[in-house]
Design a binder for this molecule. Structure first.
Ligand code: ADP
Ligand code: MG
Length: 452
């Protein structure tokens, strides 16, 4: 491999990975030498070496083997001050490496997932604010809100955003000590320090951090001494104007068994929530994941209707959505078929069943009554005024559309009305939906609210 060939290789990497990634990751690499089929590549930092090895080594190795078939493996090495290369990581094509964390050994952080970056995070209405706030913090500029508190339901991307912040900080502010860990790990560390009588070390360690991220902080609710210590750590860092980023499954004020003073401290900065995904966001996420899967299964094609189907049917948790797609690709590849709606239904039957939304007629009635600002009792009661009758018909229509109840069953839940009354209501709304833009809009909004 000559330096000329290395230049060629870089050029084709530029075409493959795009300008941005190229500039960040590939351009800093230098070809060092070749040792027994191992191409040694020098990297400026361990961090970069790890990242490249986890994300680009297959591609680079492939390019190498095009130019020189004797290359079997890559090794990324950091050239230290005395210019003696030391191994950062070794990758071989035969044994794909498991993502491995890079953390300074004396820092208490947990591993970062190399897939959780801003590049792979799909932004939509439900998460745009959280994403924007995370991006800002990832720049590592002067602290403008402290803490950043991200909250939302399971699988909506809290951990993903926190890791993305950490990855960005590694690039933008390599001088900062960035520590990411779960509240559970914080507690574990704390208990261990107590047991080993190393509380001073523990305190010093956490107070020397520049950016502290604690994931799933609801975990420490009800754990008094851990809370206490967390509170002190938190205050010490805020006093030094160090950035703190916290996540939880609910808003600070709603975490039970969390001390009041902690709640109010947590509310001091910027509190943003990740809303439940909407259809468009789910579709966007699926599309981006398909692009990733295509690299592993270039032979498979996927019917676009499958993505729409999954985005409709799996609505709660992005993790489940991703899992479904992963399974689908593996399954289709095993049986050697393209991914059609039929294959999807077959392969994902259990997931689809589990995520079937069981919306009740009562929920629909409540939402609709709330939306039109009428009392639930008036919606169900006998009054025939248009103010009540129209919302009632809308609720009937939605009940027919969104539940598996029959017309008589729905009628019973509307104060014992006859099924013909329900049918009439449903028909009426079907007509109005076409004629009246406001009604169509209301229906769409209610449906979304109910599906969320
Ligand atoms: P949480 O911590 O909120 O429970 P995670 O951050 O672990 O959720 O996300 C669950 C999975 O869904 C992860 O694999 C993550 O990459 C993925 N995910 C969630 N939101 C998005 C998004 N907006 N774009 C891409 N992937 C996402
Ligand atoms: Mg999480």
């Amino acid at each position: 491999m000559t330096q000329d060939q290395w230049g060629q290789l870089k050029q084709s990497m530029l075409r493959t990975v795009g300008e941005n990634s190229f500039k960040n990751w590939i351009d800093p690499l230098q070809f060092h030498d070749m040792q027994d089929g191992v191409a040694v590549i020098s990297v400026p930092t361990n961090f970069l070496g790890n990242y490249v090895s986890q994300n680009f080594s297959d591609m680079i190795l492939h390019q190498f083997s095009q130019l020189d078939p004797t290359v079997r493996r890559l090794r990324f090495q950091v050239l230290s001050k005395d210019t003696q290369p030391r191994p950062a990581r070794t990758t071989s094509a035969a044994a794909p490496t498991v993502p491995e964390a890079q953390t300074d050994s004396d820092l208490p952080g947990a591993p970062l997932d190399p897939r959780f970056t801003f590049d792979t995070f799909v932004v939509g209405k439900p998460n745009e604010l959280a994403h924007a706030a995370a991006r800002r913090v990832g720049k590592g500029e002067a602290v403008s809100f402290n803490p950043l508190f991200l909250y939302g339901g399971v699988g909506l991307g809290k951990t993903h955003l926190m890791h993305a912040i950490a990855w960005d900080l590694h690039i933008n502010r390599p001088d900062l000590n960035v520590v990411y860990l779960s509240a559970e790990q914080f507690m574990y560390r704390f208990v261990q320090a107590l047991r080993d009588r190393k509380m001073m070390d523990f305190k010093q360690l956490f107070r020397s951090v520049d950016v502290l991220m604690v994931d799933d902080v609801q975990f420490i609710a009800g754990k008094d001494s851990t809370q206490e210590e967390f509170f002190h750590t938190f205050n010490a860092l805020v006093d030094q104007n160090k950035q703190i980023i916290i996540s939880a499954d609910r808003a600070p004020g709603e975490i039970k068994d969390l001390e009041e003073r902690i709640k109010s401290r947590l509310q001091c900065g910027l509190v943003v929530d990740l809303h439940p995904t909407d259809y468009e966001l789910r579709l966007g996420i699926l599309q981006s994941k398909v692009d990733q899967h295509r690299k592993s299964y270039p032979e498979l094609t996927i019917d676009p209707h499958v993505l729409e189907f999954l985005a409709h049917r799996i609505s709660k948790n992005v993790r489940v959505l991703e899992g479904a797609l992963t399974r689908l690709f593996a399954f289709a590849s095993l049986i050697g078929r393209d991914i059609t709606l039929e294959v999807a239904q077959d392969c994902l039957a259990d997931i689809l069943r589990a995520s079937e939304r069981k919306i009740t007629v009562e929920e629909i009635q409540r939402k609709v009554a709330e939306h039109y600002n009428i009392r639930l009792s008036d919606m169900i009661g006998p009054k025939r005024l248009r103010t009540y009758a129209r919302p009632r018909q809308i609720a009937m229509y939605l009940a027919k559309q969104m539940t598996s109840r029959s017309l008589p069953e729905i009628g019973r839940r509307f104060g014992g009305r006859d099924h013909t009354t329900v049918l009439h209501g449903v028909k009426r709304i079907e007509e109005l939906k076409v004629q009246d833009g406001q009604i169509a809009e209301d229906l769409e909004m209610l449906r979304r609210a109910l599906e969320a």
